[in-house]
Design a binder for this molecule. Sequence first.
Ligand SMILES: [Zn+2]
Length: 168
Amino acid sequence: MSKAKSVYVLSKGALTKLRNKGVKNCARCSKIFQTNNVVASSTTNILFCYDCASAINLVSGKIDEDFELGKFIPGYFENIDSITRAIRIDFDTTQLALQIIKKALQSHPLPSKNPLGFASAAIYYACKLNKYEIDKIVKQFPVSERVLIKNYSKLQHCLTPIPLIEGN
Ligand SMILES: [Zn+2]
């Protein structure tokens, strides 16, 4: 399998940069890229939509694995890293937060419009699981408590398996 150079989500800024370079659509299916699309670039810098990248075996098709190839994914991993360092969260809890984010991304590639808020929520959740005194650290997060709680409920939603059969 050829490896993708990077897999990432097209932020508004990234999309603008691409358009300025004249790149507007997937090199295979010609689908026009939109904000928040997941894309993969080949080692030769050709850009594909995630479906095509998957079809040509550029990526595995498992978004959480593929994202690890990417340098500037939605920013979740970098955010976890910087926040946990800033508020002094221990290594194990940081790893747990990363696992939580990965798990959430598995079923919801774009869980939140606010990567910082979502990363904070994952750390918040990891801290809860590891019995931190949550009231003491809640004010140290780089987002407001309101944003934190909102993202925390989104996170919980992402971590809840989707029922295969919907009951009436
Ligand atoms: Zn395509």
